[in-house]
Ligand binder design. Structure first.
Ligand code: FAD
Length: 293
């Protein structure tokens, strides 16, 4: 079944693992090790991120190939439109098809060097256009991004309307940006449902394990931590072991909360590492039956 069918038929929340394509051989070895470690948990799917510059595109396809050789899980490839003309985007979709990847997360992407996004006149402007293109090219199941704390170039209401546009263009599910506030996730779902949105919105989960993440996420708008959450982390920021323990405890509680509130599934941003994800999954209240304690 496709990811959308899997979500529709679920009798328990889905869980999935997101990987990024490594830049070198050592990174590939680490990725393969991580996929091996996490495969016994039998994720509902795994996904691989995409970078628009030439070299990183090929890295995505080779990482997808390596992962498919390593796990039976269905694989989703991400695809962005930023920095490419329409021909390049079409060829990327065909490359996924040749690799046997029929699940695609359709995204716009961001300008490689930062700054304001400028659509190319010979390319596609938005993720919605990409959803339409992918659906027109074959039997693909397409997912899209959603933003619990809002996309930096938008506002919460426009975000909900854009998500509805993506659904109308043929997207069958969404995965959120990382967030630390369960209420923000519920509010997004509510705004979307109020407009008539029906597709499932999987919660994107970034395990917090090292103190430097506090500052990193503080500079990413949207990933701001609730004050109490951040205070608990800051209180243990000079003790790496305690920080990790507190971080995993807070993230487990966040996962429990969003699942209790009806989230259809969790997508873990693994950073190509296995331990934190394994620990959170093992501690969830509504623990998937196939995750060993
Ligand atoms: P869009 O849906 O196109 O929206 C972007 C902005 O365009 C909107 O905020 C709005 O300002 C404007 N806009 C779009 N449509 C309309 C409209 N109809 N009317 C008015 N304004 C409009 N990036 C990567 O490079 N590679 C990845 O692999 C990747 N994976 C991701 C995975 C997840 C789960 C998430 C949440 C994000 C990921 N990203 C990735 C980041 C993503 O590319 C950026 O967040 C990007 O800024 C927005 O992408 P989008 O698909 O939401 O864009």
């Amino acid at each position: 079944p496709s990811i959308a069918e899997r979500l529709a038929q679920r009798d328990a929340p889905t869980f999935s693992f997101e990987y990024f394509p490594p830049a070198d051989d050592a990174g590939i070895q680490q990725l393969i090790g991580t996929v091996d470690q996490l495969s016994p948990l039998r994720p509902d799917w795994v996904s691989v991120t995409y970078g628009a510059t030439g070299a990183s595109r090929y890295r995505t396809f080779s990482a997808v190939g390596a992962i498919r050789g390593q796990t039976a899980a269905r694989t989703m490839g991400h695809l962005t439109v930023a920095g490419q003309d329409e021909g390049e985007i079409r060829r990327a979709i065909e490359a996924y098809e040749r690799l046997g990847v029929t699940q695609i997360l359709a995204l716009r992407g961001d300008p490689p060097g930062g700054g304001a996004y400028e659509p190319r006149s010979d390319g596609l402007a938005t993720a919605t256009d990409l959803v339409r293109l992918i659906r027109s090219m074959g039997d693909f199941s397409v997912g899209v991004a959603a933003f619990p704390a809002g996309h930096p170039e938008s506002d919460l209401d426009l975000d909900a309307r854009i998500l509805l546009d993506k659904q109308e263009a043929g997207a069958e599910f969404a995965v959120t940006q990382l967030f630390f506030d369960a209420e923000a996730y519920f509010a997004l779902v509510e705004r979307f449902r109020a407009l008539g949105g029906t597709i499932p919105i999987v919660a994107g989960i970034m395990p917090v394990t090292v103190p430097s993440q506090i500052e990193r996420f503080a500079t990413m708008s949207g990933a701001r931590m609730p004050a109490a959450f951040e205070a608990k982390l800051r209180a243990v920021a000079d003790d790496r072991d305690r920080f990790r323990a507190v971080g995993l405890e807070l993230m487990t509680a966040l996962c429990d909360d969003v699942l209790a509130g009806g989230a259809p599934g969790l997508q873990f941003f693994t950073l190509n590492r296995s331990k934190a994800t394994q620990e959170i999954l093992a501690r969830l209240r509504e623990m998937p039956a196939r995750v060993p304690a």
